[in-house]
Design a binder for this molecule. Structure first.
Ligand code: KG4
Ligand code: ZN
Length: 338
């Protein structure tokens, strides 16, 4: 009988340092060290992020091994995020992966962070996984894409954002309202008691399957400035309604394009992935769309939405099966295409 492959996954593309141990398609541990240092700056400061990764990487890997009850000698390969992401941050994970693998005499596997977000759906061999081909709406802090997924290693971007990402739209709107970074989860929380139709913002008119969020951001900024002119307490007095209306606007843009992609491709299986797929309103709206249009839909487990090494490990698993290994001269890439 074939032994299950054991993979150490390393993620360090932005401000989370994470290590995970995957056995077969099952996660034994997934440890994430968040960097709270960025909260006060309203966004991720790249230099501070790389320094924090350097401090975190060894304890995080050590904890992942202990939690999984796996000895480092049992690991078959190290999968790491090659990109896209912040170069200094990526370098920490890449260097660690290369050194660890060299020391242990095992192969390394370079992983595309955005493909890994999608492949998070395949973690856990007891769970129903998406059927190929499927459409995945990948929505994160840096990217917004509609991807046609033909297999775990064959994917094609069919729509993308022309400016800000959906996560950025959440975070920048939150910043305008004086909320801490990252503002997406806070908007989600405050929106629960708000009215989605209280404030109406400008809608982008972008062709085909592409997205734009910069106009919406400007529209939100003006609406809030106008409100403050009449009432200095405008934000506080309307926080729930503002959050609900902003969230509704962002999610409507996403759903509209997803619908269009379904129409164009005729694909009936849809998934969401990336940090913004943790958004409760988006999850509900996708479910609603699937019910209305009789689609099969897949929503990732909450803990695999935002950045984590479990998704890097599962992407590594599929590349391992194809023997897609990298060499020790592998380098990270801030703008890595598919
Ligand atoms: O995938 P991710 O962890 O990192 C990147 O690859 O960028 O995504 C982070 C983004 C942030 O913009 C954050 O505000 C957003 O995901 N996010 C959310 C929620 N949870 C995380 N946005 C809206 N609602 C949420 N519940
Ligand atoms: Zn991400």
């Amino acid at each position: 009988m074939n032994k299950d492959i054991i993979i150490l996954g390393i993620e360090s593309s932005c401000d989370d340092t994470s290590a995970a141990i995957l056995k077969g398609r099952n996660i034994l541990s997934n440890v994430i060290a968040n960097q709270s240092i960025h909260e006060q700056y309203g966004g991720v400061v790249p230099e501070l992020a790389s320094r924090a990764h350097q401090q975190n990487i060894i304890p995080v890997v050590d904890t992942a091994l202990k939690q999984a009850k796996i000895k480092k000698e049992e690991i078959d390969a190290v999968a790491f995020t090659k990109g896209p992401g912040l170069l200094g941050s990526l370098m920490v994970g890449t260097s660690f992966a290369k050194s660890f693998a060299l020391g242990m005499g095992i192969p390394i596997i370079a992983v595309n962070h955005l493909q890994a977000h999608i492949l998070a759906h395949f973690i856990d061999d007891s769970k129903k996984v998406p059927e190929f081909p499927f459409l995945c709406l990948t929505v994160s802090g840096g990217h917004t894409q509609i991807v046609k997924v033909d297999s775990p290693i064959n994917m094609k971007i069919i729509g993308t954002t022309l400016d800000d990402a959906a996560g950025e739209a959440f975070d920048k709107s939150a910043k305008i309202m004086g909320l801490n970074y990252p503002g997406g989860p806070l908007i989600d929380k405050y929106a629960k008691k708000g009215d989605i139709n209280k404030f109406i913002f400008g809608k982008p008119k972008i062709k085909e399957l592409n997205f734009s969020f910069s106009g919406l951001k400007t529209s939100i900024l003006y609406k809030i400035k106008e409100g403050i002119k009449d009432n200095p307490d405008f934000i506080n007095n309307n926080l729930a309604d503002l959050c609900a209306s902003i969230q509704h606007s962002i999610v409507s843009i996403l759903i509209e394009k997803l619908k269009k992609a379904i129409e164009i491709t005729g694909i009936k299986h849809i998934a969401i992935a990336g940090g913004v797929s943790a958004n409760s309103y988006l999850r509900n709206e996708v479910e609603k769309l699937a019910r209305l249009e009789s689609l099969y839909f897949y929503i990732p487990k909450f803990e695999y939405c935002t950045d984590n090494a479990a998704m890097i490990a599962i992407a590594g698993y599929y590349k391992f099966k194809e023997k897609e290994f990298s060499q020790q001269n592998e380098v990270p890439s801030a703008r890595l295409p598919f």
